[in-house]
Design a protein around this ligand. Structure first.
Ligand code: BDP
Length: 722
């Protein structure tokens, strides 16, 4: 088991034979041409039922069907079904785009999609129940909560030699690009689309938001069309990231001003060329005026001017543009010169006054928090500002600041908190998920964008257990009311087995993982205290101040935290609707877990728990790393259990042992750093005191050399061996 099929293993379940009389004997697909999602649905059902139960089904199309069978799975779109069963119209429920109706009765199965991919989603849903051992009679109508359920891949066409790397990807090279071109062999791209379709995701933006203009050469456009071809059988559409300066750098124009007619018509031509090759292209994704990327502001144009230029080009083709709200200038942020400077304010400031300026096929893609995928952030207030303009939330499945898949961090509980957050716009219930699905502000578009960043590694993300995050992302985009434990249970049963011990242990590990990671990396809203300038990975709290990226803790000898109040700080709290602004403005009503996000306080500030800030830091780092210490032991109890093959067991164990060790590095680095800075002792005398530790550099070294560690607090005695 190398992980390649993810949760779609269709592994034989216990007592498979006993299910045969509850299953269909044949599959009839309605109006299925080869390569269409309905055709794929038929193939998946036949493969799945063969794998899970060892039962061979006959596969017919409506036209080739010869004899009626005892039990049949009828699979197709509602329209195709009604053609032959016009009387059924009254019995069928209302479906929205991509929705499906599924009914199972004594082995007779009806799977009807509102459209072709809805049909495929219905088939995958049925298979997921079967794989979990559920073949009982039932009827379900399922509609997606939001229409935009996209994946972003930050894949480079080429980086360092020939390989297409993946920015912030931890599972190998790009599955799409190689040597500055689209790969010849796109097998993995098709397998990826299959996984995504099985959880209801409907588009992939294949290239990095820091886009390479040469993505749009005629040869590469042909290549993109080949990717779209392997996605299409799964109902997955292709999207493309654009480089705003491409008219100049690729097109040879002397400008990329969005209000310049020649520039706009250059983009129109490119768009027409793309749609000629990919008639069902989903649209564009644009990162502009951020972290050195070009954009409309280079010409003193607004972000809306920029977004609308693409919207005009896309409109005749029915495409949409996701325009990112991640806009800030890392060259202008300087905390020493300006104590009011705050990167968190940037999106709200840049989009101020633009709400009614966007074309109706523009969607603003907003990272869930105002900074950058930290272990804890308040929800971006921009969701509450855009009333007329639809928005999509950007979540990160790839664990950039969250252990990079070398640490287990199950993210569904964090995403649920974000999606359930109530902004109280105009004093009324305004949950993030209801803003995204369009209900709260009465909009048609909106939804989800997940930065996934899989690579060529057979585990996709570099870690078997990290795949629960991809699974949960898709499930939540379809249904944000799904529960963290419920999604895990489904995923564990399909990925490993329904063995009780397996379920209990993986659930326990996963559900403990985000709180533990927060405890050992950065508490009370101070953000992940990792190295900001390098890889966003290991501990380096000193790098969290004075850096040009605006991720600051403002820690000194006595105090810590960013004052983001209106009365005394950067004013960020004032970007929220009234009730929420009042809550964050006041230190008493700010939840402890965001205290240092909103307030600058002495280390001796007493929390609602009764502890001081500094003692909470010490205790949380000990508690979080103590939880991580239990992970390898817990995993060990699964050795040889059903569904736990040696290959995956070892792979997971290796990572959990590493995580347990690295959590100690985190614990001691952060505690030592703040101990040194504040001069306040740990009440329990643990910090800086390791009576039983044997330093590696004190041992007799054979083939190893001592090495001075930077930052020094990342090793006791500031030394390790290499
Ligand atoms: C940051 C990443 C960087 C991305 C940027 C973005 O470190 O690689 O390019 O966000 O989202 O999180 O544009």
């Amino acid at each position: 088991e190398d992980g390649l099929s993810g949760w779609l293993r269709y592994a034989r379940i216990k007592g498979a034979n006993g299910y045969h009389n509850k299953l269909p004997s044949a599959i009839v697909t309605l109006n299925a041409t080869e390569g269409s999602p309905v055709y794929t649905a038929g193939q998946e059902l036949s493969d799945g039922i063969r794998g899970i139960f060892g039962k061979e089904l006959e596969l017919d199309t409506a036209s080739t069907r010869k004899t009626p069978r005892d039990t049949t799975a009828t699979v197709g779109t509602v329209t195709a079904y009604l053609d032959s069963n016009p009387g059924a119209a009254d019995r069928l429920p209302e479906l929205v785009d991509d929705g499906f109706y599924l009914s199972v009765s004594k082995g007779n199965v009806l799977i009807l999609g509102q459209n072709e991919r809805g049909t495929l989603y219905g088939a995958f849903h049925y298979l997921s129940l079967l794989a979990q051992g559920n073949a009982s009679d039932f009827t379900v109508t399922s509609n997606p909560d939001a229409p935009i359920r996209w994946v972003n891949q930050w894949d480079n066409m080429q980086d360092g030699g020939t390989h297409g790397s993946v920015e912030r990807g931890y599972g190998g090279d790009s599955i799409f690009f190689w040597d500055g071109k689209i790969r010849d062999d796109l097998t993995r791209a098709g397998q990826y689309a299959r996984l995504l379709a099985s959880i209801g995701l409907n588009a992939v933006v294949v290239n990095n938001v820091n886009a390479d203009a040469k993505t749009l050469t005629p040869e590469n456009m042909d290549g993109l069309a080949r990717i779209a071809d392997v996605f299409r059988p799964y109902g997955v559409q292709l999207g493309v990231s654009l480089n705003f300066a491409a008219p100049e750098t690729l097109g040879g124009l002397d400008s990329f001003d969005p209000l310049d007619e020649t520039v706009a018509s250059w983009w129109k031509d490119i768009t027409d060329e793309l749609y000629k090759r990919i008639p069902d292209m989903a649209g564009y994704l644009v990162k502009a005026n951020s972290e050195g990327q070009p954009g409309p502001m280079t010409y003193n144009r607004t972000l809306a001017d920029g977004a609308n230029m693409f919207a005009h080009a896309l409109k005749p083709h029915g495409g949409i543009i996701l325009f990112r709200a991640f806009v800030y200038d890392h060259r202008s942020l300087n905390q020493t010169l300006d104590w009011k400077a705050d990167r968190a304010n940037a999106a709200g400031d840049y989009f101020d006054g633009l709400d009614d300026k966007f074309e109706d096929n523009v969607v603003i893609q907003i990272k869930h928090g105002p900074i950058d995928f930290q272990v804890r952030e308040p929800v971006s207030p921009l969701f509450a500002h855009l009333v007329e303009t639809p928005s999509a939330i950007e979540l990160q499945v790839t664990q950039e600041y969250l252990g990079q898949q070398a640490h287990l961090v199950y993210l569904a509980p964090m995403w649920k908190e974000i999606l359930d957050f109530d902004f109280r716009v105009d004093g009324k219930p305004s949950r993030t998920s209801d803003i995204l699905n369009g209900k709260r502000f009465n909009r048609k578009l909106g939804g989800y964008a997940g930065v996934v960043n899989v690579g060529t590694n057979t585990t996709w993300l570099g870690s078997h257990l990290a795949m629960s995050n991809l699974y949960a992302y898709g499930r939540l985009a379809w249904d944000p009311s799904a529960t963290s434990e419920g999604m895990l249970e489904e995923w564990i049963k399909m990925t490993f087995s329904d063995d009780k011990k397996v379920l209990d242990v993986i659930t326990k590990l996963s559900m403990q993982s985000w709180p533990a990671y927060e405890d050992y990396t950065g508490n009370l809203g101070i953000q992940t205290l990792c190295d900001i300038l390098l890889g966003h990975y290991g501990p380096n709290p000193a790098s969290q101040d004075g850096n040009p990226w605006g991720q600051w803790t403002r820690a000194d000898a006595d105090t810590i935290g960013m004052d983001r109040t209106v009365w005394n700080g950067t004013g960020f709290a004032g970007q929220y609707p009234e009730e929420i602004a009042a809550m964050y403005e006041n230190i008493e009503t700010t939840p402890d877990d965001l205290l240092l996000w909103f307030h600058h306080v002495p280390y001796t500030q007493v929390l609602k728990s009764g502890k001081t800030v500094i003692q909470h830091f010490y205790d949380a780092h000990y508690a979080g790393s103590a939880v991580a210490q239990t992970f390898p032991q817990l995993w060990e109890t699964l050795r040889g259990r059903p569904g736990i093959d040696d290959e995956r067991f070892d792979h997971v164990m290796y990572r959990l042992v590493y995580q347990a060790g690295h959590s100690l590095v985190w614990r001691d680095s952060i505690n030592t750093f703040y101990h040194n800075k504040s001069g306040i002792a740990d009440e329990q005398g643990r910090v800086g005191n390791h009576p039983h530790r044997i330093e590696a550099e004190a041992m007799k070294l054979v083939g190893y050399e001592p090495y001075d560690v930077s930052p020094f607090e990342a090793a006791s005695g500031a030394r390790c061996v290499v």
